[in-house]
Design a binder for this molecule. Sequence first.
Ligand code: CKP
Ligand code: MG
Length: 310
Amino acid sequence: MIDLVTFGETMVSFRTSGALVSGAACTAHVAGAESNVAIALSRLGHRARWVGGLTDDALGDLVAATLTGEGVDVVRADPVGRPAGLMLLQRRTADVARVAYARKDSAGSCLTEAPVLEALEHGARRLHVTGITPALSDTARQTTLTVVTEAARRGVAVSLDVNHRAALWSREDARAVLTEIVPHVDLLVASADELDLVGEDGASEEDLIADLADRGCAEVLLKRGGEGATLHRDGRRLDAAARPVTVVDVVGAGDACTAGYLSGRLDGVSDEACLERAMTLGAFAVSTVGDWEGLPRRHELGLLSGAASD
Ligand code: CKP
Ligand code: MG
C-alpha cells in the first residue's frame, strides 16, 4: 500500500544566486510544497505518490523526471491546455530570497478531483494536503475540499499544512476555506503565525489548540523556525529545539520539517522521535541550498549528530 498520497502544483523554479537584473545566472529546479514532502519521504524509504497537472513539454518533463528519479510515484494529470506554472527565486542575501510566481491559470492550478481520487483508490495510509492548493483557483479549491472529504470518509488519515502564501490569497479567504477542511483532518501542521487561519482571528495558541481538538483534530505540529517546534497531541504538549546548524537557505524548511514528522508517524515511533526527525529534516533543509535537494536518505539521518545511521 502507498504510504502517502499528495497532490498540488509543482513548478519549474528558476533560481539565481544574485539579482537577475545584475546578470546573475539562472538555473532550473523543481519546486512545490507537496512534492517536497513526497521527495523527502521517498528518500527515507516510504512509498509516496504525487498527483498534479503537468504540461507535455520540457517543463512538465523536468518535473516528472525529477520526481520519478527521486522514487516518487507520479500521476501526471491532464494540463487542460494550460501553460506550466513557473517561479523565479532570486537569492539577494544569505537570508533573503525574493520569490515571484507565474502560476495563474497554469496546468498545475487547474487540477480536478478525478485523478486524485483514482490515485487513492487502492488505499493509502495518509493523504497530505497544503493550504497552497486551494489558494490556486476555484477548481483547485473544490478539488481539495472534495478529496479531503472523500478520503476521510474512506478512513484515510488526512494531514493539512497551512502553508499560507500571501501572494495567492488573503488571510480572510484562507481562513474561510481552511476552516472547512479542518473537520476532515487528524493532523494539522502550521507555523505559529498561521495557526489562527484555522480558527478565530487573533485567538491565543491555547484556545486555538483546544478548539481544534473539539473539531476532531487532536494532533497539531507547530513550526517555530529557528526556535524549533511544538507538538500538541491528545492534550499533551511537547517542545523540541531546532538543531544548531549554519543556515544557508530556508526555503523548503517547513516542508522538510513536516515530512520528518510524517516519516516518524509512518514508522510508528514515539512522539519525541517524530519531533526529533522533524527537527533533523528541517536542519538539513536550512543548511543546504535548494528546496529539497539537500534532504537526507535514511542512512544519512545521523549525519548531523556526527555519525551516519541506518
Ligand atoms: O514553506 P516552505 O518554505 O517549506 O515551502 C516551500 C515551497 O510550494 C516551495 O518549493 C514553493 O514552490 C512552494 O512552497 C510555493 O508554492 O511557494
Ligand atoms: Mg511553509
